[in-house]
Ligand binder design. Structure first.
Ligand code: FAD
Length: 463
């Protein structure tokens, strides 16, 4: 009997271009396993939207494996202990896994390789994180030089085919996915998710095929929330249902500004992971020390700030573009990138609430909630990050909304405003604001001045 090989799956739920699976399959029968380790990430446990996606992604992965007469084994508990137990139980020779870079997974990988043979592979990024370095061998901190250097190294390789899988002599026991209660019950907030998303590797490939037909218009359309202009691949990429190498390669026959700028966005994903490699807990606190002196309004101790935070979360700020974005997020677990920026900036600069509160809300509500992408982007907007916008650059939601033609988007997500014309919908004045739609939490000019004053106060305090 040939000893089986265990493939430890995490956010890499695909059969194609899966280096850990290919290596395992070349060495013996494969047992693919997913361990639900709720405690491992501490207060970075999966948010509600992520759990919803994970349920469907595991279901899809099990079906994919079944098409190859194989199975997905599910275990729940401490990942290191469960995998060691599984190695013991099955007589497996080794565990194979795609390397993950979040600090809790790095610790798990380190602990596991002390106890079993663990083979780690890169495969979830265009280039292995940490390998794009300056002439003197240091990792990049700033996006633009990082992207230039990375582009010179791409494309690195062709995507790997699905390997042929041999089956083990016996299958270990598996949990039942439905017993994990990853889906919401009461209240069932996921109706919009179900109608919006097709989950899993096949769905990710379909989405990529569909997007490759419209990549030419990406440059012009991606900033328009009313248009389906971006790829919507983010949850598929986050969960590893599709690899960035597959995405890069699939678009190779295309050319033009759309492709160029799309590849630039894919490289942002590599870049944020590169930041996490250098600063593993980057999403937890500000990179720039002076912001420790910023006079934030704290929702934990200030009732008015708490009410502002709640209004922002519920999409009831009185700023239609912000409210549309926050409601889109709640209903489908995703928000258009331009609106993610506007809404994030609004929380930080109009409401003066520290970015960490918003980052946590996105973490809980996004289906693509990603430790690196979320943390780095929030700090970019806040001006607290390693490479970031200057704090005094305050986005003006009332001008951004017409500039990016958001009228239809607002009509879709803020139905109480849907009867308003393009001239009033971005900023409904007292005479046309319908009953039930809130007044602005704070006027733009007042908020802007307050934010600039707070910034000045921070600089004085920081000395
Ligand atoms: P496209 O425009 O089609 O881009 C293609 C892919 O490139 C995306 O799927 C994504 O993987 C990557 N990408 C695009 N923009 C960025 C970016 N700015 N940073 C890193 N990668 C990028 N993206 C996440 O995947 N997870 C998050 O948790 C997340 N949080 C964010 C928080 C804030 C405050 C902001 C401003 C942005 C955040 N983003 C996050 C980045 C971006 O908004 C989403 O990746 C994008 O909207 C997803 O839609 P798409 O797949 O259609 O993107």
């Amino acid at each position: 009997m040939t000893a089986p090989q265990i493939v430890w799956l995490r956010r890499d739920l695909r059969l194609s271009d899966q280096p850990a699976l290919c290596a395992a399959a070349s060495q013996g029968p494969v047992i693919a396993v997913y361990v639900l380790d709720d405690d491992r990430a501490g207060d970075r446990a999966l948010g509600g939207a992520s759990r919803w996606w994970l349920h469907h992604s595991l279901d899809a992965m099990a079906s994919r494996l079944a098409q190859h007469r194989s199975r997905l084994i599910l275990r729940r508990g401490d990942a290191v202990e469960e995998l060691c137990a599984l190695v013991e139980e099955t007589g497996a020779e080794a565990v194979h896994a795609i390397r993950h870079y979040e600090h809790w997974w790095v610790k798990a990988q380190d602990a596991l390789c002390e106890r079993v043979t663990l083979n780690l592979y890169d495969g979830n990024y265009l280039l292995p994180p940490g390998t794009v370095t300056t002439g003197s061998g240091d990792p990049y901190k700033i996006y633009t030089p990082f992207a230039k250097a990375a582009t010179r190294q791409l494309p690195q390789r062709d995507p790997l085919d699905v390997p042929s899988l041999t089956l083990p002599d016996a299958w270990p026991d598996s949990d039942d996915l439905s017993d994990w209660n990853l889906l919401p019950t009461k209240p069932d907030w996921a109706e919009g998710f179900r109608s919006e998303w097709a989950v899993g590797e096949n769905a990710g490939q379909d989405q990529l095929d569909e997007f490759s037909e419209r990549v030419a218009s990406y440059e012009t359309d991606r900033n328009l929330p009313s248009v389906d202009g971006s790829s919507r691949l983010s949850p598929h990429l986050h969960w590893g249902e599709i690899s960035p190498t597959q995405v890069w390669k699939a678009l190779e026959g295309r050319s033009g500004e759309g492709l160029h700028s799309f590849r630039g966005e894919l490289l942002w994903r590599d870049y944020t992971q590169n930041i996490i490699c250098q600063f593993p807990e980057y999403p937890e606190s500000g990179y720039r020390d002076q912001f420790a002196h910023f006079p934030w309004r704290d929702p934990d101790s200030d009732d008015e700030a708490a009410a502002d935070l709640k209004a922002w979360q519920e999409g009831r700020t009185g700023y239609p573009i912000v409210d549309a974005g926050m409601r889109q997020l709640w209903h489908i677990g995703w928000m258009h990138n331009r609106v993610r920026m506007i809404a994030a900036s609004f929380l930080i600069k109009h409401l003066l609430i520290r970015w960490t509160h918003g980052e946590r809300w996105y973490w809980d509500t996004l289906v693509d909630a990603d430790y690196a992408n979320n943390g780095v982007n929030w700090q970019w907007i806040a001006g607290t990050g390693v490479d970031s916008n200057m704090f005094p650059r305050i986005m003006a939601p009332l001008s951004q909304s017409p500039k990016f033609d958001a009228a239809e988007y607002i009509r879709e997500w803020v139905p109480e405003l849907s009867h308003l014309g393009d001239d009033t919908i971005h900023d409904p004045g007292e005479d046309c604001r319908p009953d039930g739609y809130p007044e602005k939490r704070i006027a733009h000019k007042v908020a802007r001045q307050r934010a600039l004053d707070a910034y000045g106060e921070m600089k004085d305090r920081a000395g």
